[in-house]
Design a protein around this ligand. Structure first.
Ligand SMILES: *Cc1c(COP(=O)(O)O)cnc(C)c1O
Length: 373
């Protein structure tokens, strides 16, 4: 059997008529740049997340760079973040010469260890950039408490966190990205809400920040050909917006199917002593963007799975403090031991709404066979 790590083909086969129609309508309408579908998608994302403003941009990476810029993560300002994430969560800090200040991750959630943030705060600290990774959100209550106490800006990298919700002190769940000053989503094709190309979104509840983000995506223009800032050309493509509008209609169903797949994995792998399944902490609505396990002999397992037709992926093999591009920060092995340990053990298994139970069976049997062979 062959099990793809990810495929968009099954979803397209299921929804082809609707998706084709949406794309053709954009072609016929001819409004390719910031067309009506982009505005509609922004409205729908506002409704879904409860955020006051949503601004469509070209990618999650651009959303991070643009919002970092608006928040003043520049010129020696320090921004506290986690080293266990995708490059874009940290490169956006460095892009305008702010300094990424890493804090190790929590052993259970793999998100930033909020208890270790305060000790890194200096008079140069400008912000905190938590990443809601894999399936659950960072400890936002604690992070916002620290940010308020020290007057810091919070940029939530919710690239992987569409649909994740966090329970605060009240009894309403708050959507990822809507708690800090800014939140960003990526609609990279593999993500929970994925486009058919690159796309991203910025959300905020602050009118002034929203206004600036909107200007920054069109070269910093307050009106056409009048530039208040030196901004970017970063707009969410109208055709991508049309595809995303179709997919957004089914997002709760897609999230529920992912939860079902995660449950299948947990049931089948529970008795496998060579692996550990990461814990989900309480008081939030998780979304299984990926299904990770921590595995003994991880690299050999990855190779064995591949040989046997099972797609897999390692997020992330090298934490950012050990990447060549950040060598100027002067970190060494051992600086963030939890991140380094997890990076050596973690492996992601195939998960998408259309995966079949017998495919999950096969993945789990193959894992068990590896450890008993
Ligand atoms: C995917 C991802 C991004 C980047 O999003 P793109 O749309 O690919 O630019 C940023 N941060 C994290 C944590 C991601 O997983």
């Amino acid at each position: 059997m062959k099990v793809d790590f990810y495929t968009s083909k099954r979803e397209y086969a299921e929804k082809q008529a609707e998706i084709d129609k949406a794309i053709l309508e954009v072609a016929r309408g001819g409004k390719f740049i910031l067309g009506p579908e982009v505005t509609k998608l922004e409205e729908e994302v506002k409704k879904y997340t409860g955020a006051k403003h949503a601004i469509g941009v070209a990618s999650g990476t651009d959303a991070l760079v643009l919002t970092s810029h608006v928040l003043g993560f520049e010129d020696g300002a320090e921004v506290i973040t986690s080293p266990f994430t995708f490059l874009a969560s940290t490169s956006c800090i460095a892009k305008h010469r702010a300094k990424p200040v890493f804090v190790d991750i929590d052993e259970k959630t793999f998100n930033i260890d909020a208890n270790k943030i305060e000790e890194k705060i200096t008079d140069k600290t400008k912000g905190i950039l938590p990443i809601h990774l894999f399936s659950q959100m960072a400890d936002m209550d604690k992070i916002m408490e620290i940010a308020n106490k020290h007057d810091l800006r919070v940029l939530e990298d919710a690239a992987e966190a569409f649909g994740m919700k966090y329970k605060g002190k009240g009894d309403t769940y708050r959507h990822s990205g809507s708690i800090g000053d800014f939140g960003i989503f990526s609609f990279f094709p593999t993500k929970t809400l994925g486009a058919y190309g690159d796309a991203g979104m910025v959300i905020t509840n602050d009118d002034d920040l929203a206004k600036k983000a909107k200007m920054f995506r069109v070269h910093g223009a307050s009106r056409k050909y009048h530039y208040d800032y030196i901004g970017y050309n970063s707009r969410l493509d109208t055709m991508q917006a049309a595809v995303l509008l179709v997919k957004l209609k089914y997002i709760d169903e897609a999230i529920a199917k992912r939860a079902q797949v995660a449950k299948w994995y947990k049931e089948r792998l529970e008795d496998c002593r060579n692996i550990r399944i990461p814990e989900i902490v309480e008081d939030q609505k998780q979304v299984y963007y990926v299904f990770n396990i921590l595995a003994e002999k991880r690299d050999e397992l990855a190779a064995y799975l591949k040989e046997n037709g099972v797609g897999n992926s390692i997020y992330y093999p090298v934490p950012l403090h050990l990447q060549k591009c950040f060598s100027y920060l002067g970190h060494k092995k051992g600086d963030f031991p939890v991140a380094e340990k997890v990076a050596n053990e973690i492996i992601a298994l195939p998960i998408y709404p259309e995966i079949k139970e017998e495919e999950v069976d096969y993945v789990c049997e193959t894992i068990k066979k590896f450890y008993t062979k």
